[in-house]
Design a protein around this ligand. Structure first.
Ligand code: ATP
Ligand code: MG
Length: 430
């Protein structure tokens, strides 16, 4: 019976393992194989004179990254990984690996990101790459645990839609029988409608599609959004929820991902401390103007350069609050005493934006007005607007980019490293 390599110890006695051939070293009379599975690496030592003809012929056929099944006695030995080696009685070539390899799995030959993504299945055999997705898996679990423990329902909303969430050009049109349809940019409208249904606390972890024109290191065309919406809550409440959640995810990864963090050469995560600073937009652009020498008009968007300058100044996670109503979506609630400013916020990591959220407009007529003032037509939002006529609670929420959360947590240089099969301007395969 096969046992995981991690569980092979000098006390195991007779053992059978199956794995990939990580490395082969032929020293004439002795051949050393390093066999790798998901759990670890085991040295298999073959004294050629002492093994059967069958074993010898299997060994000859075995190339790197082939899969072999090996059984034999485990012995303690100082120099081998994990302080043990296996001397095989049987050595079976289960699946021969073609050569040359499109990518060096043991990373002796460095590869650029494009080559790695082209051969993602091989790239992901590397412990450092596996580790990113182990952390991502744990982070996803931590998000779900946190939200479930607070009474949230997880929901699934359509990805094929008839109207844009926010208008704009970031949409992918698709052929949907005789109708015009799009891939959804965000579950925004649907999660708000579920506030009208009385679900009170919902979340969805799902894909969002954005036809971003530019190839940047922080944009994907298919990204994963962690979306939350809460009834009877204002922007302050969901900001607290968001910062608590982020801290919880960091802690959970720190506590449960020792192996992956080790593979990533991260001794300790920089766990952020809540509460994060709240920086009003007006102050944020002041900081950016001072740092960059480039004046920013009140009402201008905060671009990448300004974002970076403010991030350096702040040095930790922070919120930008009190945005001009004009540059936030129609569903962000304006302040009652000054409607030119709204109850919207962005959660920022010093390197980039992680999340946008707000208290939402829950009054039907105000919402119609706001849609019109953005130059959009309320008719195309009829399905969304109708629930606001039939008892819509005040509510608030946010959308948090899963890949950006992982990327900033692990200090990855490119968002594509946090996705198994990224979709960008040029990449539609694998
Ligand atoms: P940015 O200004 O950085 O492009 P955004 O303000 O357009 O982001 P939102 O619509 O506010 O993005 O989406 C909420 C969150 O979803 C973002 O803060 C980000 O973490 C994530 N996100 C949005 N678009 C993308 C994308 N193209 N690739 C990766 N993540 C994204
Ligand atoms: Mg945003």
């Amino acid at each position: 019976m096969r046992i995981p390599i991690q569980e092979v110890t000098p006390e195991t006695g007779q053992a059978e393992v199956i794995g990939w051939v990580h490395e082969v070293r032929d020293l004439g009379g002795l051949t050393f194989f390093l066999i790798r599975d998901r759990t670890g690496i085991l040295q298999v030592t073959v004294p050629k004179k002492k093994v059967s003809a069958e074993v010898l012929s299997a060994i000859k056929e075995t190339s790197r990254e082939s899969i072999v099944r090996v059984s034999g006695v485990v012995k303690a030995i100082d120099k081998a990984p994990g302080g043990r080696e296996l001397v095989p009685d049987t050595f079976e070539l289960v699946c021969r690996c073609a050569s040359p390899l499109p990518l060096d799995v043991v990373e002796k030959v460095p590869a650029d990101l494009d080559t790695r993504l082209d051969a993602r299945f091989l790239d992901a055999r590397r412990p450092r790459v596996t580790a990113v997705f182990q952390v991502r898996s744990q982070a996803t679990k931590a998000v779900c645990d946190y939200l479930f423990s607070r009474g949230f329902l997880t929901i699934t909303t359509p990805k094929v839609v008839a109207a844009a969430t926010e208008g704009g050009t970031e949409l992918f049109p698709i052929a949907y029988f005789e109708k015009e349809a799009f891939l959804n940019q965000s579950p925004q409208l649907y999660k708000q409608m579920m506030m009208g249904a009385g679900f009170e606390k919902v979340f969805e972890i799902g894909p969002i599609f954005r036809a971003e024109e530019h190839n940047t290191t922080k944009h994907l065309n298919e990204a994963t959004s962690i979306d939350v919406e809460v009834s009877f809550a204002d922007h302050h409440e969901v900001m607290r929820l968001l910062e608590d959640l982020v801290v919880h995810v960091y802690r959970s990864v720190q506590e449960t991902c020792a192996g992956p963090l080790d593979a990533l050469e991260i001794r300790e995560l920089a766990i952020p401390e809540a509460p994060f600073d709240r920086l009003p937009y007006a102050d944020a652009i002041g900081i950016a103007a001072k740092a960059t020498g480039e004046p920013i008009q009140y009402g201008d968007d905060i671009g990448t350069v300004a974002e970076k300058a403010i991030g350096e100044h702040m040095g930790a996670h922070y919120f930008i609050t009190d945005w001009p109503t004009a540059i936030k979506p129609y569903y962000a609630m304006p302040y009652e005493d000054d409607p030119s400013v709204c109850k919207a916020f962005d959660l920022m990591h010093p390197r980039m934006e992680l999340s946008s959220g707000s208290q939402r407009v829950h009054q039907h007529d105000l919402l119609v007005h706001q849609i019109q003032s953005k130059g959009l037509s309320p008719e195309s939002f009829a399905f969304y607007l109708t629930p606001f006529l039939y008892g819509m609670p005040p509510h608030a929420g946010w959308g948090l980019g899963a890949e950006r959360l992982i990327m900033t947590m692990l200090g990855l240089g490119n968002i594509r490293e946090a996705v198994l099969f990224p979709r960008d301007r040029h990449r539609l395969t694998p």
